[in-house]
Write a protein that binds this ligand. Structure first.
Ligand SMILES: Cc1cc2nc3c(=O)[nH]c(=O)nc-3n(C[C@H](O)[C@H](O)[C@H](O)COP(=O)(O)O)c2cc1C
Length: 157
């Protein structure tokens, strides 16, 4: 990316959350039925019932995602959870060890989130290093009236 743009983006404070899914198929270390999660800042809700997000192709999540996903905006107290789900190369089992979640609509839904979006992928665009996903929002819920967790200058706040 252009150096100037990098500097500009460094000044942005991005809302951050965790996307979870059930792995789509046998794929190397991934086994059908495994749960997968990843901390992302690319998730945005668009007008009406559409949303988008992106995954670098190297992310395990990029090969794990099939159709359905749950995206959780987090509160500041969930910083450690966001850090855990941003670690590289964790096994599916380790990711969810000691993490409180329940299965809803066939998806792992974390607890105590700020807000939740459950959706299904309608379109995937290959844009080089990344896959950009357009999703349809099926369900949305807000639990907390507290500030959302953000990320800026390599720090959560
Ligand atoms: C604040 C923050 C935001 C992130 N946003 C994204 C994102 O939008 N897309 C993406 O592909 N990776 C993003 N990442 C990186 C992934 O969280 C991280 O590399 C990933 O968990 C690596 O996992 P893997 O080994 O499961 O592929 C972000 C990381 C952080 C700390």
């Amino acid at each position: 990316m252009d150096k100037i743009l990098r500097q500009v983006y460094a000044e942005f404070r991005f809302p951050v959350g965790i996307m979870t899914t059930v792995v789509k198929k046998n794929n190397g270390m991934l086994i059908k039925g495994d749960l997968r999660g990843c901390t992302i800042s690319s998730f945005r809700v668009l007008e009406d019932d559409k949303c988008f997000f992106s995954f670098n192709k190297t992310r395990i999540m990029a090969s794990a995602l099939d159709k359905d996903f749950a995206f959780h905006y987090l509160i500041s107290e969930q910083m450690e959870l966001a850090k855990k789900f941003s670690l590289n190369g964790m096994s599916c089992e380790d990711q969810f060890t000691d993490v409180k979640y329940e299965m809803r609509n066939g998806l792992p839904v974390l607890m105590d989130y700020h807000s939740l979006v459950i959706g299904t992928i309608c379109e995937t665009l290959d844009v080089g290093d990344c896959l950009v996903y357009i999703g349809k929002v099926e369900f949305a819920e807000c639990l907390k009236d507290q500030p959302i967790l953000h990320y800026k200058h390599r720090k959560f706040s």
